[in-house]
Design a protein. Structure first.
Lengths: 435, 620
């Protein structure tokens, strides 16, 4: 039976649109579960995209169904055109990964299927072959370099732990008669595995929250009520995200959006204006704003250019003092670092540049651990396989070893295979084997 | 006019015996050429057969009607199933062997093999024509033939080291084969150098046994062969002694005199069979190492001290040995030694152990970089079968990694090559749960019958057993039990109202065959051997389902064949390094290519795409 495969078809960086492609026998079921409208073959349909497990809205976008064999791969294919925010993409890939028999595509797998199903003549295949190599090489490099060697280092550590556990088990199995073999290794293996599973879970939970993106750079727009925070947010995002009215205290909740500012992944939060309020709902909003500010990497502290020097929060992240509504003011007030007018592109551009500078200096040396869905998928599988036996003390040793072997093969995509030779090497370096 | 044979096997060791018998079983007119007929079947090193992984190999050889298991059952003087407290998948049968009985029984057995001639002589040169073997020059004459199986063991340019003393020899007392090495080199084969070692031999009459712990065999010895009903040879114990600090000091003080440490030996030795000087220098914190005192025969007082192989000078060895409990007065019959020998890079071979450079030339055993009697015998069997199949113009016989340890070993050798002598371990088999010593016949004998290498006697006993297993499984699957009924018999399952078969119940860790026979009359009528066999199957059933999925995926890529002489420069996007590796090994399938070192998944994809296109174009 063929698996259903999926992958992000567009580049990994932030862009206006992202395309996620799905191919395989699972497409009709995914379409039914995840798209809010019925899809007509080869017709672009704008609909809501739903996570069927939680019933949450993933995004709204254009979905196109290509029934096989008239599709790119020759199989049933589904294309999601969604907002090009890594957080949205990750969320959609995760949703797809939860469908039965669906998994992230191997490098080049769509093309391979297209070829196998006779959809692609040789010339095209040869044409993409070079491309394929380059693309995967860059993916590999990306996985290692983009993560600044961080994931590679962690994966090597996981690998070492798994190797340790496997070699202990195999030493007990294969050298039982040789006198110097270790005995009763299972409790040692169990504790190694327990620690390993915890680490894997931690790495995945970070990844699942889209940590790599949200870790990117959190910019909080804050300030006194009616300073024009939501207006600025909307101007920056260039679409209506927050409710913008001229009445003070309208934004009662924290509103977040992922966007590409100057090439960097930035999470922009619009917050309720900070003031003491009798209104309970507004007070909750203010409280949330304070928390958001504390968790931010940069605060844009907004105040009306026509007002006096605004009071800054006592402590917190670096702050840029922004004088707003500059179109209504004659000059930049002395307290302000920068002035903006939501209607003036030039002032917005200067502010973006300022944010970009802060983001750049802050993001160097803070690489995310798990950078793509594929890695997350395999780490999760490994964690699952290792934990299979954690509960059962009576599980035979050869079964334990088989679970670990499977986990090792799941980690293969991260750090290269753990071959028998590695395991034997570990055994011989630790124990004095052999009669 | 030279006499003609279909298959000539050179060498009468464990690989040679199986190769000759296997070729002859398939009807090939076979010649076994050996330097000395009296040493056919000699066990040059330890007096034992089987073990973990190795015992699996012996069972597989037996399932294909090979000789080793049957001969070992006659010559075995202490049988033990290793890992008997662990699951069936990792149990391995092992036996101490009476050297003399083994050698005599093997020689007698070979005498009785139809189509097989045995001659004394040393092979000198391979005769070739058009890239294929056509004959052989030996000291005994010139022979024409279609296939040659080379099983030279440690004899190719063999060199024995004892301290700084060096003696050219294939084994103590036997001359090496140097001219054949030269002949092989002239055909362009890459020769490498490996080393192995053997310990001193002791006179058992001079050992004080009183204080030494005994190690008994199993109370009911379990034979290797599926044809042996019970072991009739007298059984004896082994004993255990240990090294002492005084002994360690002697070794440390003389380390510079050991051939290995003085740099006299360049070949790589096995990590899993370290010399005593290796153990003591690498694991300096260990105060003592176990040494097993193994008898070499019922009528032989020679003792094999397992665990202290050495290339130290004889006087140092003897001083060291006398520091061990029970051995203070021991007489040393002959010192241990290290031996260096030539091997051919097994990446020169295809999956039937035939060289890619010379058609009709098959290699088996230590010449391929393996070590051990069982590894050699298993390769001999496969090389012999395929040498005969080639002569008969029949398709080759290859076992996959999912079918047999034999398949794992050959694939490892030809795909990855060797950097130290290759020994079988159960951990080398990814499908360890299904490749068990208990089911080798079910895995392989059917294939052997199809191939025609299995005797009628074995065929009948196999068919009878298969029938019995089938009936037993059907019966166990047909008896359905509710959770209430199960708990009345002491079997606790979820009270979910689901009826389970007795077969399903056997998968529960605390359910035994005895519980079933005690509670269900119908089960009592079943042959106990069959019942236990089906119980093992039931225990692993759930993992088998999972594994069969993995196997199917791996099979798909092993079914995709790469044509001989495939031009890797035609595949776009392969790196130069990957391309040169692939050209060197010339993998036969996409699966094998993927298992090679340094071949990335992307490279495999590119290769697949290219091959699929080629096959499509050819079909069109």
């Amino acid at each position: 039976m063929t698996d259903t495969i999926f992958a992000l078809a567009t580049g990994p960086s932030i862009s206006a649109l992202a395309v996620v492609r799905v191919s395989g026998p699972g497409v009709p079921s995914i379409m039914l579960k995840c798209c809010s409208k019925e899809l007509v073959p080869r017709k672009a349909t704008y609909c809501r995209i739903i996570d069927p497990v939680t019933d949450e809205l993933v995004d709204t976008g254009v979905c196109i169904f290509f029934p096989g064999p008239q599709s790119f791969t020759g199989e049933d294919c589904l294309e999601f055109q969604i907002h090009g925010s890594p957080a949205v993409v990750v969320r959609l890939l995760r949703t797809l990964g939860q469908q039965s028999n669906a998994r992230p595509a191997e490098p080049g797998e769509f093309i391979r299927r297209a070829y196998v199903n006779g959809k692609m003549p040789l010339t095209s295949v040869e044409g993409v072959a070079d491309l394929l190599e380059a693309r995967t090489e860059s993916q590999r490099r990306q996985a290692l370099t983009q993560a600044g060697g961080h994931l590679a280092g962690r994966a090597a550590a996981w690998r070492a732990q798994l190797l340790d556990a496997l070699s202990l088990l195999n030493a007990e199995i294969d050298f039982a008669d040789e006198g110097d073999a270790p005995v009763a290794v299972q409790s040692a293996v169990r504790s190694t595995c327990q620690a390993l599973v915890q680490e894997l879970h931690l790495a995945v939970s970070n990844a699942a929250r889209g940590e790599q993106i949200k870790n990117g750079y959190r910019v909080v727009i804050a300030g006194l009520p009616n300073a024009g925070k939501s207006t600025l947010m909307n101007a920056l995002v260039k679409r209506d995200v927050a409710i913008v009215t001229a009445q003070a205290g309208t934004t009662r909740d924290v509103i977040e959006v992922n966007l590409d500012l100057d090439g960097f992944s930035v999470v922009l939060s619009d917050t309720a204006g900070i003031r003491d309020s009798e209104d309970i709902v507004e007070a909750i909003g203010v409280d949330r704003s304070k928390k958001t500010i504390a968790a931010g990497n940069l605060v844009l502290w907004l105040a009306d250019a026509r007002g006096g020097n605004p009071e800054l929060p006592d402590s917190g992240p670096p702050t840029v003092r922004v004088a707003s509504k500059m179109d209504l003011s004659k000059s930049l007030p002395s307290w302000a670092d920068v002035g903006v007018s939501a209607t003036d592109e030039t002032t917005l551009g200067l502010l973006v540049q300022r944010i970009g500078e802060h983001a750049k200096s802050a993001m160097a040396g803070e690489p995310p651990l798990v950078t793509n869905e594929r890695q997350r998928f395999h780490i999760e599988a490994a964690a699952r396989q290792i934990s299979t036996f954690m509960g059962d003390e009576g599980m035979p040793i050869e079964i334990l070893a088989d679970e670990l072997r499977r986990a090792a093969s799941s980690l293969r995509s991260l750090s290269g295979a753990i071959g028998t030779e590695d395991i034997l090497g570990a055994i011989f370096s630790r124990f004095c084997m052999g009669k | 006019m030279a006499s003609h044979f279909d298959v000539i096997v050179i060498g009468g060791g464990h690989a040679g015996c199986e190769a000759a018998a296997a070729a002859a079983r398939l009807g090939a007119k076979t010649l076994l050429l050996t330097q000395r007929i009296s040493t056919i079947g000699a066990m040059s090193c330890n007096p034992a057969i089987g073990g973990l992984g190795k015992g699996h190999l012996v069972r597989e050889i037996d399932a294909l009607d090979g000789l080793m298991g049957r001969v070992a059952d006659v010559a075995g003087i202490q049988f033990r199933v290793l890992n008997s407290s662990k699951g069936a998948a990792v149990r391995g049968p092992r036996a101490q062997i009476d050297r003399k009985i083994y050698l005599e029984t093997m020689q007698m057995t070979l005498l009785g093999v139809p189509n097989l001639n045995v001659l004394e002589g040393e092979a000198i040169e391979l005769l070739t024509k058009g890239g294929a073997v056509v004959g052989l020059t030996a000291t005994s004459g010139v022979y024409a033939c279609d296939s040659v199986v080379l099983t030279t063991g440690t004899f190719l340019r063999g060199m024995i080291h004892i301290g700084d003393q060096r003696t050219p020899a294939g084994r103590v007392g036997d001359a090496p084969s140097n001219q054949l090495s030269t002949s092989l080199l002239s055909h362009g084969f890459t020769l490498g150098r490996l080393k192995t070692g053997t310990p001193a031999r002791l006179d058992g009459k001079t050992i004080d046994w009183t204080e030494l712990p005994r190690q008994e065999g199993d109370s009911v010895p379990e034979p290797f062969s599926y044809l042996t009903s019970s072991i009739k040879t007298r059984q004896v114990p082994c004993h255990i002694t240990r090294t002492t600090e005084a002994g360690h000091r002697i070794i440390q003080d003389n380390l510079h005199l050991a051939a290995i440490h003085s740099g006299a030996i360049t070949g790589r030795g096995p990590r899993y069979c370290p010399s005593i000087e290796d153990k003591i220098s690498r694991f300096a914190d260990r105060e003592s190492h176990q040494v097993f005192l193994e008898p070499e025969g019922l009528e032989d007082d020679t003792i094999y001290p397992n665990g202290i192989s050495s290339s130290l000078p004889a006087d140092v060895q003897s001083a060291f040995i006398r520091t061990m409990p029970g051995l203070s007065e021991v007489r040393i019959l002959r010192p241990g030694y290290a031996i260096e020998y030539d091997f051919i890079d097994p990446q020169e071979l295809n999956a039937v152990l035939e060289t890619k450079k010379l058609r009709g030339l098959f290699l088996a055993g230590q010449i391929n970089g393996s070590t051990g009697y069982e590894e050699a015998a298993a390769q001999g069997l496969m090389a012999g079968l395929n040498a005969a199949l080639r002569v008969a113009g029949k398709p080759p016989f290859v076992l996959g990694r999912d079918q047999a340890y034999i398949g794992v070993m050959i694939d490892d050798l030809i795909t990855r090559g060797v950097s130290e002598p290759y020994r079988m371990f159960t951990s080398r088999a990814e499908y360890r749960l299904s490749l068990r010593a208990d089911n080798a016949d079910q895995r392989l004998t059917g294939l052997g019958i199809e191939l025609g290498c299995v005797s009628d006697e074995r065929k009948h006993s196999y068919v009878r057993k298969e029938d019995g297993l089938q009936r037993t499984e059907t019966l166990l699957r047909s008896i359905l039990v509710t959770p209430q009924q199960a708990s009345k018999t002491g079997i606790d399952v979820n009270h979910d109202g689901i009826r389970r078969s007795l077969f399903d119940l056997l998968a529960y860790p605390n359910v035994t065959v005895e519980m079933l026979t005690a509670n269900w009359h119908a089960v009592r009528s079943v042959n106990e051997t069959h019942l236990r066999q089906v119980a093992i199957k039931a225990q692993y059933a759930v993992y088998m389902d999972r594994q069969s999925k993995e196997i199917a995926a791996a099979r798909a890529s092993d079914d995709l064949r790469i044509p001989r002489d495939f031009d890797y420069s035609l595949v776009n996007g392969l790196s130069t390094e990957v391309r040169s590796r692939l050209s060197h090994v010339q993998p036969e399938t996409i699966g094998q290519a993927g298992r090679m070192e340094g071949v990335t998944p992307v490279a495999v994809t590119l290769l697949t795409v290219r091959l699929k296109h080629l096959s499509k174009r050819q079909a069109a």
